[in-house]
Design a protein. Structure first.
Length: 249
């Protein structure tokens, strides 16, 4: 049920961190991987190559709306099919709500929500046209459930991702397209290095996590393979926290 052999997965923002780990996990389950991004992903490509599946980088700037419609057709041209979409790429702008600028708001929403919707739309259209099933996994956040501080545009975008996931599941389940999301908790990545190095904040964070540790990117492997595989065929519209129990406190 968890075998992805013969499938092709599109993963955005997979050059490092969580996206890299999820792409590798899908490859280990047998899927060919199309990495979507605007920066090289040499390390990810090398790690995927060790699994024996095919992988390739498709250059695209998700902040540029004109490029989004071209991504899925290019993947199909190169790989012959597109079965799984992982919308992982995201950005964040930290600023007080009283000071946040329109440009800061728009730059976050364009990547974190607008691009997610329209890439989902292009992917779903080809699945419907070909009368084939598909799996969409959006990457939400703890701030899909919580408010956060000094990140109003990020919180709004990730709350939107969770709501959008439910809305698309309602419309597309009839076509055999599953739309779900994963909400990672506190993970040990380059993006959180400064936070983890802050002894006070690190202690506060660990004190709330029942598992007693930060997540490792590999901790997302089970969730992403489950939602991409036939094992989740009757799962629709969920946002699955992978957080060590953070939200339980």
């Amino acid at each position: 049920m968890f075998d992805l052999s013969g499938k092709t997965a599109l993963v955005t923002g997979a050059n490092t961190g969580l996206g890299q780990a999820m792409a590798i996990a899908l490859a280990q389950a047998g899927a060919d991987i199309a990495l979507i991004g605007r920066t090289p992903a040499t390390e990810t490509l090398n790690d995927i190559a060790k699994t024996g599946v095919r992988s390739e980088l498709i250059f695209a700037d998700l902040g540029d709306a004109s490029t989004i419609s071209k991504i899925v057709p290019e993947v199909i041209e190169k790989f012959g099919r597109a079965d799984i979409l992982v919308n992982n790429a995201g950005t964040i702008k930290r600023n007080a709500a009283l000071e946040l600028t329109p440009d800061q708001w728009d730059s976050v929403m364009d990547v974190n929500l607008r691009a997610v919707f329209f890439l989902c739309q292009v992917f779903a259209k080809q699945a419907v046209d070909l009368e084939q099933p598909g799996k969409i996994i959006n990457i939400a956040s703890m701030l899909s459930f919580q408010g956060g501080v000094r990140v109003p545009s990020y919180t709004a975008s990730k709350s939107g991702v969770s709501g959008l996931t439910r809305a698309l599941a309602n419309e597309w389940a009839q076509y055999g397209i599953n739309v779900n999301a994963i909400a990672p908790g506190y993970f040990d990545t380059n993006n959180t290095a400064a936070l983890k190095a802050d002894k006070k904040r690190n202690a506060e964070i660990l004190g709330r996590i029942p598992s007693g540790r930060w997540g490792q990117p590999s901790d997302l492997a089970g969730a992403i393979v489950f939602l991409a595989s036939n094992a989740s065929d009757y799962v629709q519209g969920i946002t699955l926290p992978v957080d060590g129990g953070w939200l339980s406190r």
